[in-house]
Design a protein around this ligand. Structure first.
Ligand SMILES: Nc1ncnc2c1ncn2[C@@H]1O[C@H](COP(=O)(O)OS(=O)(=O)O)[C@@H](OP(=O)(O)O)[C@H]1O
Ligand SMILES: Nc1ncnc2c1ncn2[C@@H]1O[C@H](COP(=O)(O)OP(=O)(O)O)[C@@H](O)[C@H]1O
Length: 198
């Protein structure tokens, strides 16, 4: 920490008060997976399903993070780590604000994801592994990035010439090359209900 002489000022309204008002907990649903695995597609569909159930949620993804808060970061290992660290801190604020937070980032390093888990209370970090074979992601190639990575136009692309570390024990796994989108959404909702988070 660079800043010294900084003190925490407690609020009268706590996270628990906000959760009580909302009538649900405020877990962080941390989607992780290869580019094209379906993190955005599944999280967007889940966000809609939660909204329709009257659940207060917010989704963080590249559009509102890499174009804003993290626009000074690229894709080197150090920048990816810093990307995830900042997103983790934002997710923690949202957790304190009483929202169900959905994050959709590759987050390729296990250690970086575990650091975010450490920021939150036990049971609040829900790692959602969006599992899909590289072959299928490459076939989908929704943004044409795999083609560019294969031709060498993009260097250090996850899954091609940069690593992706699979979660060891994610809370939820959705297999988008085997399950339909609706099935993936249902799997996650069931987990939240069974764990009394919503
Ligand atoms: N080198 C490289 N590797 C991987 N991905 C790349 C790269 N360059 C650009 N992109 C595009 O950026 C999106 C990934 O950004 P993230 O913030 O999720 O990445 S990370 O978590 O910091 O690794 C990713 O989006 P998704 O396809 O939605 O995952 C890509 O569209
Ligand atoms: N069962 C499925 N679940 C999610 N996405 C799927 C599925 N089947 C095909 N897709 C397609 O795969 C692509 C996933 O892209 P996207 O959601 O942007 O992935 P990511 O955010 O992980 O990069 C989309 O074009 C989506 O329509």
């Amino acid at each position: 920490m660079k800043s010294t002489n900084v003190t925490w000022h407690e609020s009268n309204v706590t996270k628990e008060h906000r959760q009580e008002l909302n009538n649900h907990k405020s877990p962080v649903l941390w989607f992780t997976g290869l580019s094209g695995s379906g993190k955005s597609t599944v999280s967007v569909a889940l966000e809609k399903a939660l909204h329709e159930r009257g659940i207060h949620s917010y989704r963080l993804d590249g559009d509102n993070v890499r174009h804003g808060l993290n626009k000074n970061l690229g894709f080197s290992p150090e920048d990816r780590t810093e990307n995830i660290r900042r997103i983790g801190e934002v997710a923690k604020l949202m957790n304190d604000a009483g929202l169900v937070t959905l994050t959709a980032f590759i987050s390729p390093y296990r250690e970086d994801r575990d650091q975010v888990r450490e920021l939150l209370e036990e049971g609040e970090f829900i790692e959602v592994y969006v599992k899909c074979s590289l072959e299928e992601c490459e076939k989908r190639d929704p943004k044409g990035l795999y083609e560019k990575a294969r031709s060498g136009e993009i260097k250090g692309f996850t899954g091609i010439d940069a690593p992706y570390e699979e979660p060891n024990s994610p809370e939820v796994v959705v297999e988008t090359d085997r399950q339909t989108l609706d099935e993936s959404v249902e799997t996650i909702i069931n987990h939240l209900v069974e764990n009394k988070l919503i």
